[in-house]
Design a protein around this ligand. Sequence first.
Ligand code: SF4
Ligand code: SF4
Length: 255
Amino acid sequence: MPIHEKSLIRPENLVTHDQLVLDGVDVSGHWSTFIQPRALTDYNERLQEEIAALDGGENIHRCWQCGSCTNACTVNAINPDFNPRYWIYLIRLGMEAELVRDKDIIWQCVSCHKCTYACPRDVVPEGVMKATAHWLALNGHTPKSPAAHFDEVFTSQIVATGRIEEGRVIRQFFDRTGQPLKQDWLLEMARRLLAKLPLTLMIKMGLAAVFRPRTRRWGKVRAALAQHLAEHERNARSAGTARAAAGAPMKGSEG
Ligand code: SF4
Ligand code: SF4
Protein backbone atom coordinates (compact mmCIF):
# COMPACT_ATOMS: atom_id res chain seq x y z
CA MET A 1 0.00 0.00 0.00
CA PRO A 2 1.54 3.35 -0.94
CA ILE A 3 2.38 5.67 1.91
CA HIS A 4 0.60 8.96 1.42
CA GLU A 5 2.18 12.10 2.81
CA LYS A 6 5.49 10.28 3.23
CA SER A 7 7.14 13.64 3.85
CA LEU A 8 5.31 13.84 7.20
CA ILE A 9 7.03 10.70 8.49
CA ARG A 10 10.46 11.07 10.01
CA PRO A 11 13.06 9.38 7.75
CA GLU A 12 14.37 7.25 10.63
CA ASN A 13 10.90 5.71 11.00
CA LEU A 14 10.83 4.53 7.38
CA VAL A 15 12.40 1.18 6.53
CA THR A 16 13.06 -0.10 3.02
CA HIS A 17 14.51 -3.53 2.21
CA ASP A 18 16.76 -3.69 -0.83
CA GLN A 19 15.92 -7.37 -1.27
CA LEU A 20 12.68 -8.81 0.04
CA VAL A 21 10.37 -11.54 -1.17
CA LEU A 22 7.07 -12.07 0.64
CA ASP A 23 4.91 -15.13 -0.21
CA GLY A 24 6.84 -15.46 -3.47
CA VAL A 25 6.25 -11.83 -4.43
CA ASP A 26 9.33 -9.67 -4.94
CA VAL A 27 8.74 -6.46 -2.95
CA SER A 28 12.33 -5.26 -2.98
CA GLY A 29 13.12 -1.57 -2.74
CA HIS A 30 10.30 0.97 -2.84
CA TRP A 31 7.60 -1.74 -2.60
CA SER A 32 8.84 -2.87 0.79
CA THR A 33 8.72 0.53 2.49
CA PHE A 34 7.31 0.16 5.99
CA ILE A 35 6.71 2.56 8.83
CA GLN A 36 8.37 1.48 12.06
CA PRO A 37 5.79 0.70 14.75
CA ARG A 38 6.18 3.21 17.53
CA ALA A 39 5.05 3.02 21.14
CA LEU A 40 4.41 6.48 22.56
CA THR A 41 5.86 6.84 26.02
CA ASP A 42 6.39 10.56 26.06
CA TYR A 43 3.09 11.89 27.33
CA ASN A 44 3.23 14.78 29.74
CA GLU A 45 -0.33 15.46 30.78
CA ARG A 46 0.65 18.87 32.14
CA LEU A 47 2.44 20.11 29.05
CA GLN A 48 -0.34 22.44 27.86
CA GLU A 49 -0.74 23.75 31.39
CA GLU A 50 3.02 24.37 31.66
CA ILE A 51 3.17 26.31 28.39
CA ALA A 52 -0.03 28.23 29.24
CA ALA A 53 1.55 29.40 32.50
CA LEU A 54 4.29 31.22 30.61
CA ASP A 55 3.91 34.64 28.99
CA GLY A 56 2.24 34.33 25.59
CA GLY A 57 0.98 30.77 26.06
CA GLU A 58 -2.27 31.68 27.84
CA ASN A 59 -4.62 31.05 24.89
CA ILE A 60 -3.17 27.81 23.57
CA HIS A 61 -6.29 25.87 24.64
CA ARG A 62 -8.36 27.78 22.05
CA CYS A 63 -6.59 26.29 19.01
CA TRP A 64 -8.78 24.30 16.65
CA GLN A 65 -5.95 23.30 14.30
CA CYS A 66 -7.08 25.20 11.21
CA GLY A 67 -3.45 25.76 10.15
CA SER A 68 -3.89 29.44 9.24
CA CYS A 69 -0.90 30.35 11.42
CA THR A 70 1.47 28.01 9.59
CA ASN A 71 0.02 29.07 6.27
CA ALA A 72 0.76 32.72 7.04
CA CYS A 73 4.10 32.14 8.76
CA THR A 74 7.17 33.99 7.48
CA VAL A 75 9.62 31.35 8.67
CA ASN A 76 7.53 28.44 7.37
CA ALA A 77 7.75 29.95 3.88
CA ILE A 78 11.53 29.47 4.07
CA ASN A 79 11.66 26.32 6.20
CA PRO A 80 8.60 24.02 6.02
CA ASP A 81 9.77 22.26 9.21
CA PHE A 82 8.87 25.41 11.14
CA ASN A 83 5.25 24.60 11.90
CA PRO A 84 3.43 26.44 14.72
CA ARG A 85 0.19 24.51 14.16
CA TYR A 86 1.98 21.18 14.56
CA TRP A 87 3.78 22.24 17.76
CA ILE A 88 0.53 23.48 19.26
CA TYR A 89 -0.98 20.09 18.39
CA LEU A 90 1.89 18.27 20.14
CA ILE A 91 1.62 20.48 23.21
CA ARG A 92 -2.11 19.97 23.47
CA LEU A 93 -1.65 16.21 23.21
CA GLY A 94 1.18 16.30 25.75
CA MET A 95 3.73 14.78 23.36
CA GLU A 96 6.76 16.23 25.01
CA ALA A 97 9.59 14.19 23.46
CA GLU A 98 8.20 14.84 19.99
CA LEU A 99 8.16 18.57 20.70
CA VAL A 100 11.69 18.53 22.10
CA ARG A 101 12.97 17.01 18.86
CA ASP A 102 12.29 20.38 17.21
CA LYS A 103 13.99 22.41 19.94
CA ASP A 104 16.59 23.78 17.53
CA ILE A 105 14.07 25.47 15.26
CA ILE A 106 11.22 26.58 17.55
CA TRP A 107 13.23 29.62 18.71
CA GLN A 108 13.55 30.81 15.09
CA CYS A 109 10.20 32.65 15.23
CA VAL A 110 10.88 36.23 14.13
CA SER A 111 7.86 37.68 15.98
CA CYS A 112 6.37 39.15 12.83
CA HIS A 113 2.85 38.37 14.18
CA LYS A 114 1.45 37.34 10.79
CA CYS A 115 0.11 34.24 12.54
CA THR A 116 -1.53 36.39 15.21
CA TYR A 117 -3.52 38.27 12.57
CA ALA A 118 -4.39 35.07 10.69
CA CYS A 119 -5.61 33.12 13.70
CA PRO A 120 -9.41 32.95 13.92
CA ARG A 121 -9.34 31.86 17.56
CA ASP A 122 -7.14 34.54 19.09
CA VAL A 123 -4.59 31.96 20.17
CA VAL A 124 -1.73 34.41 19.52
CA PRO A 125 0.57 31.72 18.08
CA GLU A 126 3.53 34.11 18.22
CA GLY A 127 3.10 34.19 21.99
CA VAL A 128 2.83 30.41 22.11
CA MET A 129 6.11 30.13 20.18
CA LYS A 130 7.77 32.46 22.67
CA ALA A 131 6.34 30.55 25.62
CA THR A 132 7.47 27.25 24.09
CA ALA A 133 11.01 28.55 23.51
CA HIS A 134 10.99 29.82 27.11
CA TRP A 135 9.77 26.44 28.37
CA LEU A 136 12.54 24.64 26.45
CA ALA A 137 15.16 26.89 28.05
CA LEU A 138 13.65 26.63 31.54
CA ASN A 139 13.74 22.87 31.31
CA GLY A 140 17.34 22.77 30.13
CA HIS A 141 16.62 21.59 26.58
CA THR A 142 18.16 24.73 25.07
CA PRO A 143 20.54 27.37 26.40
CA LYS A 144 19.07 30.68 27.45
CA SER A 145 18.53 32.64 24.24
CA PRO A 146 20.25 35.98 23.52
CA ALA A 147 16.75 37.54 23.49
CA ALA A 148 16.13 36.28 27.05
CA HIS A 149 19.48 37.72 28.16
CA PHE A 150 18.59 41.05 26.57
CA ASP A 151 15.18 41.10 28.28
CA GLU A 152 16.77 40.43 31.65
CA VAL A 153 19.41 43.15 31.28
CA PHE A 154 16.83 45.65 30.02
CA THR A 155 14.32 44.83 32.77
CA SER A 156 16.85 44.89 35.58
CA GLN A 157 17.99 48.36 34.53
CA ILE A 158 14.42 49.67 34.43
CA VAL A 159 13.69 48.21 37.85
CA ALA A 160 16.88 49.63 39.33
CA THR A 161 16.69 53.20 38.01
CA GLY A 162 13.44 53.75 36.10
CA ARG A 163 15.58 54.74 33.10
CA ILE A 164 17.27 53.09 30.16
CA GLU A 165 20.86 53.94 29.38
CA GLU A 166 21.50 52.24 26.04
CA GLY A 167 25.27 52.05 26.36
CA ARG A 168 25.02 50.18 29.65
CA VAL A 169 22.39 47.78 28.26
CA ILE A 170 24.60 46.96 25.28
CA ARG A 171 27.69 46.48 27.44
CA GLN A 172 25.92 44.16 29.88
CA PHE A 173 24.25 42.23 27.06
CA PHE A 174 27.54 41.68 25.24
CA ASP A 175 29.20 40.71 28.47
CA ARG A 176 26.55 38.09 29.26
CA THR A 177 26.52 36.62 25.77
CA GLY A 178 30.31 36.56 25.51
CA GLN A 179 30.52 39.04 22.65
CA PRO A 180 33.33 41.55 22.28
CA LEU A 181 32.28 45.17 22.64
CA LYS A 182 34.47 46.10 19.69
CA GLN A 183 32.36 45.03 16.74
CA ASP A 184 32.58 46.59 13.30
CA TRP A 185 28.86 47.27 12.96
CA LEU A 186 28.70 48.84 16.42
CA LEU A 187 31.71 51.06 15.80
CA GLU A 188 30.19 52.16 12.49
CA MET A 189 26.86 52.93 14.17
CA ALA A 190 28.61 54.93 16.90
CA ARG A 191 30.65 56.81 14.30
CA ARG A 192 27.53 57.80 12.36
CA LEU A 193 25.67 58.78 15.52
CA LEU A 194 28.51 60.93 16.76
CA ALA A 195 28.70 62.68 13.41
CA LYS A 196 25.06 63.75 13.65
CA LEU A 197 24.27 64.17 17.34
CA PRO A 198 24.12 67.68 18.78
CA LEU A 199 26.92 68.36 21.24
CA THR A 200 24.56 68.89 24.20
CA LEU A 201 22.97 65.49 23.68
CA MET A 202 26.38 63.85 23.42
CA ILE A 203 27.42 65.40 26.72
CA LYS A 204 24.16 64.28 28.30
CA MET A 205 24.70 60.72 27.11
CA GLY A 206 28.28 60.71 28.34
CA LEU A 207 27.19 61.91 31.79
CA ALA A 208 24.40 59.33 31.90
CA ALA A 209 26.91 56.57 31.16
CA VAL A 210 29.04 57.65 34.12
CA PHE A 211 26.51 58.80 36.72
CA ARG A 212 23.58 56.47 36.00
CA PRO A 213 20.63 58.89 36.42
CA ARG A 214 17.50 57.69 38.23
CA THR A 215 13.86 58.61 37.98
CA ARG A 216 12.82 60.65 40.97
CA ARG A 217 10.69 58.98 43.64
CA TRP A 218 11.19 55.62 41.97
CA GLY A 219 11.49 53.64 45.21
CA LYS A 220 7.84 52.55 45.52
CA VAL A 221 7.57 51.65 41.85
CA ARG A 222 10.81 49.68 42.09
CA ALA A 223 9.51 47.71 45.06
CA ALA A 224 6.21 46.96 43.28
CA LEU A 225 7.99 45.92 40.08
CA ALA A 226 10.43 43.72 41.94
CA GLN A 227 7.57 42.00 43.77
CA HIS A 228 5.66 41.47 40.54
CA LEU A 229 8.73 40.01 38.80
CA ALA A 230 9.46 37.70 41.70
CA GLU A 231 5.86 36.39 41.66
CA HIS A 232 6.02 35.99 37.92
CA GLU A 233 9.25 34.01 38.12
CA ARG A 234 7.83 31.80 40.88
CA ASN A 235 4.71 31.02 38.82
CA ALA A 236 6.75 30.21 35.73
CA ARG A 237 9.08 27.95 37.68
CA SER A 238 6.33 26.12 39.51
CA ALA A 239 4.41 25.56 36.27
CA GLY A 240 7.21 24.86 33.88
CA THR A 241 10.20 23.61 35.73
CA ALA A 242 9.09 21.62 38.73
CA ARG A 243 10.66 18.48 37.35
CA ALA A 244 13.81 20.21 36.18
CA ALA A 245 14.23 21.99 39.52
CA ALA A 246 13.83 18.66 41.29
CA GLY A 247 16.50 17.15 39.05
CA ALA A 248 14.04 14.59 37.70
CA PRO A 249 14.58 13.35 34.15
CA MET A 250 12.20 14.77 31.55
CA LYS A 251 9.60 12.32 30.35
CA GLY A 252 10.60 10.88 27.02
CA SER A 253 14.14 12.29 27.19
CA GLU A 254 15.39 8.74 27.58
CA GLY A 255 14.90 8.02 23.92
S1 SF4 B 1 5.34 35.45 14.60
FE1 SF4 B 1 6.63 33.62 14.41
S2 SF4 B 1 5.19 31.91 14.21
FE2 SF4 B 1 4.08 33.80 13.78
S3 SF4 B 1 4.14 34.10 11.55
FE3 SF4 B 1 5.86 35.25 12.40
S4 SF4 B 1 7.59 33.82 12.40
FE4 SF4 B 1 5.74 32.58 12.11
S1 SF4 C 1 -4.43 29.79 13.26
FE1 SF4 C 1 -5.00 29.71 15.42
S2 SF4 C 1 -6.63 28.18 15.54
FE2 SF4 C 1 -5.62 27.92 13.57
S3 SF4 C 1 -4.03 26.32 13.94
FE3 SF4 C 1 -3.04 28.29 14.24
S4 SF4 C 1 -3.24 28.72 16.42
FE4 SF4 C 1 -4.69 27.11 15.93
